[in-house]
Design a protein around this ligand. Structure first.
Ligand code: NAD
Length: 256
């Protein structure tokens, strides 16, 4: 028996990275999955491989969300879960961040999450789940990612409010706050065919050995297991909470 047997879950930003691993794991655990992304080619290929349905979705576009809900209901007849995973990151000091860059980040990370909750929640079966992907920068500051950190703090706030408002229907809403995870976002060399993957992996390992108490960067499969926990009955009495998954990075300041 799978942990998600009979459930239908939409995962945004699922063409690659953490969303891809969430879609794969949820299928393995018995869910029907809607893979939603702006990257059509890898999204379609993944959906075909795992037996899911691909839908083009720009999470910042209101009308596109209605199309995703329609596609999920047409294909599977119901919706039980949503993972708001799509996100983008840009590096800039606050005083150097142009307004349009700030707004682009807010549009995808924060507005995308809001539209996802607002559009999907009324369609969710009672007892459904929403998992929002925030970040450790949703709980603490980090230089050079001001717009991103602001949008991720907002996601934690949206999570708490949605949990309160949807609890009467038994819908649980939680947030994941990953630290550094080895995807194209933290490791853009993954997208560069000319990059030496082993050399990049060694450099990353060296960096995170110093920064992270557990001594390594996280894997997208590890975040997918947290998303599974928060989407399944294993977390049946948990709602409105941010879950840090960061190898101990936020545990405190290390002097050893
Ligand atoms: P990623 O860049 O590999 O994946 C992000 C996915 O989101 C991609 O498939 C991308 O096409 C999709 N996406 C981007 N804009 C979109 C839009 N407008 N509409 C729909 N899809 C869109 O990175 P990832 O690490 O897998 O990121 C997943 C989530 O985890 C993001 O919300 C990110 O902010 C968060 N996160 C990542 C890290 C990390 O270190 N990798 C740390 C903390 C939080």
């Amino acid at each position: 028996m799978g942990k998600l047997d009979g459930r239908v879950v939409i995962v945004t930003g699922a063409a690659r990275g953490q969303g891809e691993q969430e879609a794969r794991l949820f299928r393995e655990e018995g869910a029907e999955v809607v893979v939603a992304d702006v990257l059509d080619e890898p999204g379609e290929a993944l959906a075909k491989e795992i037996g899911a349905r691909y839908v083009h979705l720009d999470v910042g576009e209101e009308g596109a969300w209605r199309a995703v809900v329609g596609a999920a209901k047409d294909a599977y007849g119901r919706i039980d879960g949503l993972v708001n995973n799509a996100g983008i990151l840009r590096f800039n000091s606050l005083v150097d961040t142009p307004l349009d860059e700030f707004m682009r980040i807010v549009r995808v990370n924060q507005v995308g999450c809001f539209l996802g909750i607002r559009t999907v929640a009324p369609e969710l079966e009672d007892g459904g789940t929403i998992v929002n992907t925030a970040s450790y920068t949703g709980l603490t500051g980090m230089a050079a990612v001001g717009a991103y950190a602001a949008s991720k703090h907002a996601i934690v706030g949206l999570t708490r409010v949605a949990a309160l408002e949807l609890a009467p229907r038994g819908i649980r809403v939680n947030a994941m706050c990953p630290g550094a995870i080895d995807t194209a976002m933290s490791n853009p060399a993954q997208l560069d065919p000319a990059a030496d993957a082993e050399e990049t992996a060694r450099a990353l390992d060296g960096l995170y050995r110093k920064l992270v108490p557990l001594g390594r960067i996280g894997r997208p499969e590890e975040v997918a297991r947290l998303a599974l926990f928060l989407t399944s009955q294993d977390s049946s009495y948990i709602t409105g909470q941010p879950f840090v998954i960061d190898g101990g990075w936020l545990a405190g300041v290390s002097v050893i």
